[in-house]
Design a binder for this molecule. Structure first.
Ligand code: ZN
Length: 158
């Protein structure tokens, strides 16, 4: 995670800091190594949001296109599950940046939970991803039922 609470203030990871997880409240440790992005990790190995995946630079860069107060927004399901949305805009639209493949079931559960939801999918993970996405986008008619719309964007400037 990019943010944790330190003395009640939401902040980014800085070497040596301890905080608490905005998702579940359990203790977190700032991880500020050289290999991975600076981030917060639970002290225990537990992950409170089962939809969460380790952040890549690309993921963080996408998130940073939005104001900090829109990033990593905690949500609670009716049965007490915690989910942290990548971005929630002021008007309530959720934006999720997806790198790994997820099952259709998981995709549907997220879409049912986050509404409205916009997916930003990484088409560069596997060689065949981008052509597959292109194919899908150009051959699938926008559906009133699923409200599916898609745009193909260029590579993000680093
Ligand atoms: Zn947590």
């Amino acid at each position: 995670m990019k943010f944790a609470f330190v003395d009640g203030i939401r902040q980014e990871a800085t070497s040596g800091l301890r905080g608490s997880c905005p998702g579940c409240g359990s203790p977190t440790l700032a991880k500020c190594g050289v290999k991975r992005l600076h981030h917060w990790a639970h002290v225990s190995t537990a992950v409170c949001d089962r939809w969460w995946e380790p952040e890549t630079e690309r993921h963080r860069a996408w998130k940073n296109q939005f104001p900090a107060e829109w990033q990593e927004i905690r949500h609670l399901t009716t049965d007490g599950e915690v989910h942290i949305a990548d971005v929630k805009t002021a008007s309530g639209t959720i934006v999720e940046f997806q790198h790994s493949a997820i099952s259709l079931h998981e995709k549907s559960s997220r879409e049912a939970f986050y509404d409205p939801l916009v997916w930003i999918a990484d088409g560069t993970r596997l060689k065949r991803d981008l052509p597959s996405f292109r194919q899908e986008i150009t051959t699938t008619a926008p559906s009133a039922e699923s409200r599916t719309r898609a745009w193909v964007g260029g590579q993000m400037a680093q």
